[in-house]
Design a protein around this ligand. Structure first.
Ligand SMILES: Nc1nc2c(c(=O)[nH]1)N[C@H]1C(S)=C(S)[C@@H](COP(=O)(O)O)O[C@H]1N2
Ligand SMILES: [Mo]
Length: 302
């Protein structure tokens, strides 16, 4: 599998020394990247100092993954039971190459990249995550999107025996999510396969999850087992649960409050209980996507 460094498209970002050394080893170990690539990375590492990734521990010990329970530590405690190998992803709908793909066949030909992204949960906590993954647009090109497709729908695997939240039916499963096709094709939208240079831990959505950094975290559906190209806006889990609170778009927007709390600020995980809250940014700082929503009233289409 190819491995290349792609700078976060819209954010100045930092690669902390430890992670950078790790990345340098990863890249040095892959084919096709010479001294030029390494010096390019070094240049960026010096120049950028805006995003401070959370630790692996912070990213994997405080999670939302209701299949394993509603508590923040339930996923870390329970997700180990999920079977992620073998893994099958059903691809169906308006697509040239439908089928039941093994994970390896699905991601064959994709280029795995590093993407350090902000992540903002609708509950007003946030963090910064060094993902590995590939652009969803590349996968859609490989699958062959047919004329008439307007949206992409996703489903999470259901393994009742291995998922206590499914057994207790804490919400309806499977967890479902979706994007408009232009959102899905945007280069910031990735399918993550790893973080900190290791395969995704189960609680983070192994072996394959969506990451849409300008939207609230619940759009970033975990442990994907089905991808469908469809011709209408698909149902999405949190919108089904409470449409007034959770819209289909769910773009991060500090000016549109949740009915029960403000979205103007956020608490960065790992900052400690008394750390200052930070301002939430429109589109979580990814202004590049604003053109996708031109002409829309984002207070109505939240
Ligand atoms: N299948 C599934 N995907 C899910 C969820 C879930 O409960 N089930 N929770 C969502 C929510 S609310 C958030 S904030 C993110 C959390 O991702 P993280 O635990 O890796 O930070 O996953 C999202 N994806
Ligand atoms: Mo969330």
């Amino acid at each position: 599998m190819a491995y290349r460094w792609i700078n976060d498209l819209t954010q100045a970002n930092v690669t902390p020394r430890g992670a950078w050394m790790n990345r340098r080893q990863l890249i040095a170990g892959s084919a096709g990247l010479g001294a030029l690539g390494l010096s390019g990375i070094a240049g960026r590492a010096v120049a950028q100092d805006a995003l401070e990734p959370n630790t692996l521990e912070e990213i994997t010990s405080y999670n939302n993954f209701y299949e394993f329970g509603t508590g923040k530590t339930d996923p870390a405690e329970n997700a180990g039971a999920m079977v992620t190998d073998p893994w099958v992803v059903k691809v169906d709908g308006l697509v040239d190459n439908p089928g039941d793909y093994s994970l390896a066949d699905l991601i064959d030909g994709m280029t795995i990249e590093d993407r350090i992204y902000r992540f903002r949960c609708v509950e007003a906590w946030s963090r910064v995550v060094p993902w590995q993954g590939f652009e969803l647009a590349d996968l859609l090109a490989k699958l062959g999107v047919q004329a008439g497709a307007t949206h992409v729908a996703f489903e999470t695997v259901v393994q009742p025996d291995n998922m206590p939240g499914v057994q207790r039916q804490v919400i309806d499963f499977p967890y479902v999510e979706g994007l408009r096709l232009d959102e899905a094709m945007h280069p910031l939208t990735i399918m993550a396969t790893g973080l900190y240079g290791e395969p995704l831990p189960n609680q983070s959505g192994a072996p394959l999850r969506l990451v849409v950094p300008w939207k609230y975290g619940f759009k970033s559906i975990k442990s994907i087992s089905r991808i469908s190209l469809v011709d209408a806006q698909p149902a999405t889990t949190w919108n089904l649960i409470s449409a007034e609170e959770y819209g289909f778009y769910s773009n991060v927007n500090p000016t549109v409050d949740h009915p029960r709390w403000s979205q103007a600020t956020e608490r960065k995980i790992g900052g400690g209980l008394f750390a200052a809250r930070q301002d939430t940014l429109m589109f979580n700082g990814y202004d590049d996507v604003a053109s996708l929503y031109e002409g829309m009233d984002l207070s109505r289409e939240y």
